[in-house]
Ligand binder design. Structure first.
Ligand code: F6P
Length: 748
């Protein structure tokens, strides 16, 4: 509005000035037109009067002539008439004839513009026309017109002109205001449309306006940049993808390299029949971290556990992966058999693994295993230091095999940003306290800048443990732990899988997967199939799963010969006694159930203990009617999410243990207590009889969640938090700037 007034007021002033300058011109012009009119009119009157006047004069009737002239001037504009005779016989005139006009001085009215005279009676026009008889001029007829009507008209014209200019000013002002308002609204709408991602020009106009198209493109790019910037700081708004991660690394972490550390390597080179093969291990950690490393590049430090691993590395023990399209490198750490026994099988998997999982397997802690654990952790930490290109690398430490690594790195690289993620549950303080090296483990982990868990429950367990076992300060609201003067942020980052899923997951049609799977296991074409995919681990609830199938067949014998559970189990940690006996138990239970319900017929349990590559696993997910995840305790469980990702047909039912982290995110699954045999059997029956429409509704909701909360979000949120910490430390170090927090934060 203010903008409009700024335009309207000067406009009105200009119009007033124009009116002031134009009016005299118009007056002069109008006067000239009237004079010309009166000249013509006088001539006409003179012509018309010539004959009657000459006749009247011939009769020498002056009186009669005067009366005649007087009668003629009753015309409203003709003011006076007079006859100036050449014979000198004086003048015949109406009594209105002005005295200032004399017969001997008529030449002064010869020129048209000199015919106006100003008299006490007003402005008069004087025209002198010759009066002729028989072709001889006998005198002059003087016609005097009253010009007061010109003045009246001129005033009237002025009034009209003033009114015209005022109206013009108002109309222009009005149009200006309306256009200004419309264009403001249009601009606002246009901007909003751009923010919504709509174009400036309609598709139909695009061909006609190439210049606008270029502007549109530039604006789109600008808006996209702004949106990306805004969204990358608001995890809820972001569409998480490899690009988002790269963007965070480039912009928020100034292009730093990522160094990941874990026990398990993502690609294992093994010898098979004189050939080197590449295996993808069955590991939730690898499933999650591998796409992150592909997106971010950098170095992944891990134990080289394959029998051909040494053959493919360079002199620095590095190998570029993935083999088909290198995106990052593995730096392999070599362990002796004793080291692997003490550190991996012993302390990590006989001690910490059962300690953290409530699976009723007693943890075993041995001093020799602990020493190996410390030593191997030192090797991993040293590898990080060797691989760092500067003093403040970003290090992702993974899992319970590397609990001491954060502190060991921190001691040598105080400015490193160390993000540690604990992939398994964290137990309550009482359970954790049975570990003889509990304080050392906590101290090691508190070397991290950020320590992540899958669930809030595990975060709480961790800070409770610290509170109980260490001289540390715990902020219950933020879950920041301050220990030894430095601060570690304890945070929840639920892990996930990559989305969109790799194309191999859905390359083969669901129909082909269904028929191939049934053919491979010699099952009838119409057989209902459930799938279980796990490492052969006692925490996965495989026995409970089989027992649920047995109970289903007891309660619903109609499923005998009609339903089979295919269990594919990757051999795992098989040198540990617990795992060996577990395998024996699993095989025995499967045999017993099969013998009971299908002597020589269609087996209700198909058990395949072998390593299965990703393509085979995806085929099983797609060919099944249901997937049964019955973990007794599990940090997250990515099998559940992989099954969902593979089901782009929106079919298939997920039965999910309530003791997995995934159960907190996927309420549309059939959530069960794996220890409750009856409930699990009922869930199996429900899944097998669930109408396709209901399957579709549930699957769509779950796919939506996995799509949004994918693994790029998991890593992206950690990296964003790390970037925020680095900035705060940088600001806190600036002289004159108060520290952001009262408590000094761990140098990151
Ligand atoms: O879910 C992740 C996880 O259980 C890790 O904790 C573990 O490292 C991995 O899967 C598999 O174990 P391993 O490395 O011993 O084969």
């Amino acid at each position: 509005m203010r903008l409009s007034l700024r335009f309207v007021v000067p406009l009105l002033a200009i119009l007033a000035a124009i009116a002031y300058a134009v009016l005299p011109l118009v007056d002069g012009l109008a006067l000239r037109w009237f004079v010309r009119d009166l000249n013509v009119r006088s001539q006409l009157i003179a012509n018309a009067l010539e004959q009657p006047l000459t006749e009247s004069l011939a009769r020498d009737s002056r009186k009669h002539t005067t009366a005649y002239l007087t009668r003629i001037i009753t015309d409203e504009r003709l003011y006076a008439l007079a006859l100036c005779l050449r014979d000198g016989s004086s003048v015949v005139a109406t009594n209105t004839f002005p005295e200032s006009i004399r017969c001997d001085d008529l030449e002064r009215f010869d020129l048209p513009l000199q015919r106006l005279i100003d008299t006490p009676q007003g402005l008069l026009h004087v025209a002198v026309e010759p009066l002729k008889r028989d072709g001889l001029q006998i005198g002059d007829l003087v016609l005097v017109h009253d010009m007061s009507f010109v003045q009246r008209r001129s005033e009237e014209t002025r009034r009209y002109l003033y009114a015209f200019f005022v109206a013009l000013g108002l109309v222009i002002s009005l149009i200006t205001v309306v256009i200004a308002q419309l264009s403001w609204r249009g601009w606002v709408q246009g901007t909003r449309a751009l923010l919504r991602g709509e174009g400036l020009v309609r598709p139909s106009e695009r061909g006609a306006l190439p210049e606008l198209r270029m502007i549109e493109r530039d604006l789109r790019e600008l808006m996209r940049d702004l949106r990306t910037e805004y969204r990358s700081r608001d995890p809820a708004q972001t569409d998480w993808s490899p690009d988002t991660l790269r963007d965070i690394l480039r912009r928020d972490l100034r292009g730093e390299d990522i160094i990941a550390v874990s026990n398990r390597e993502p690609y294992i080179h093994v010898r098979k029949n004189d050939e080197i093969e590449v295996l993808r291990p069955a590991s939730g950690l690898v499933t999650a971290l591998e796409p992150i490393m592909r997106a971010c590049s950098g170095t992944w430090i891990a134990h080289g556990s394959g029998d051909a691993d040494r053959e493919v590395v360079d002199t620095n023990d590095r190998v570029a992966v993935p083999p088909e399209h290198a995106a990052y490198r593995i730096r392999r750490i070599w362990l002796t058999a004793d080291e692997e026994q003490g550190y991996y099988f012993g302390f990590a998997n006989e001690g910490l693994w059962p300690l953290c999982h409530i699976a009723h397997v007693r943890p075993a802690f041995r001093a020799g295993d602990w020493r190996a654990y410390v030593e191997v952790n030192q090797r991993f930490a040293q590898a990080v230091i060797d691989e760092s290109r500067d003093a403040s690398p970003i290090v992702l430490v993974q899992d319970y095999h590397c609990a001491l690594v954060p502190r060991m790195i921190r001691e040598q690289l105080p400015d490193a940003t160390i993000i540690t993620f604990w992939h398994i549950p964290w137990p309550n303080p009482e359970s954790f306290a049975i570990c003889p090296w509990r304080a050392e483990l906590l101290d090691g982990l508190l070397g991290s800048s950020i320590l992540g868990f899958h669930t809030r429950f595990h975060c709480n367990n961790f800070v409770d443990t610290v509170d109980r076992l260490l001289e540390a300060r715990v902020d219950r609201e933020t879950l920041d732990v301050t220990y030894g003067g430095l601060c570690t942020a304890v945070k929840r980052y639920p892990i996930s899988i990559e989305w969109p899923p790799p194309p191999e997951t859905t390359r083969k049609t669901v129909e082909a997967c269904r028929s191939d799977i049934r053919r491979r296991y010699r099952l009838p074409a119409a057989q209902k199939v459930g799938i279980g995919v796990d490492r052969l681990d006692y925490t996965k609830g495989i026995l409970e799963r089989f027992m649920a199938v047995e109970r289903l067949l007891e309660l619903h014998p109609e499923w005998i010969g009609k339903f089979s559970l295919i269990q594919i189990a990757a051999p795992s940690r098989s040198s540990i006694r617990e795992y060996q006996s577990f395998e024996v138990e699993v095989r025995a239970l499967a045999s017993r159930i099969n013998a009971r319900f299908a002597p020589g017929g269609v087996p209700p349990i198909v058990l395949r203990i072998a390593h299965h590559g990703p393509a085979e696993v995806y085929e099983h997910y797609r060919g099944a009617d249901l997937c049964f995840v019955s973990s007794l305790h599990d940090g997250m469980n990515l099998v559940a999410k992989e099954f969902i990702a593979c089901r782009d047909d929106d079919q298939g039912v997920l039965i999910l243990s309530q003791f997995t982290g995934a159960a907190r995110e996927l309420p549309e699954a059939l959530i069960v207590n794996p220890y409750d045999n009856e409930q699990c059997a009922a869930a199996l029956h429900l899944a097998l009889t669930m109408p396709p429409k209901e399957q579709q509704l549930r699957m769509r909701l779950m796919r939506g969640l996995v799509q949004q909360f994918n693994v790029f979000r998991w890593a992206g949120r950690m990296l964003l938090d790390a970037a925020g910490m680095r900035s705060r430390v940088y600001l806190g170090d600036k002289p004159g700037l108060p520290p952001k927090r009262a408590v000094p934060r761990a140098r990151v």
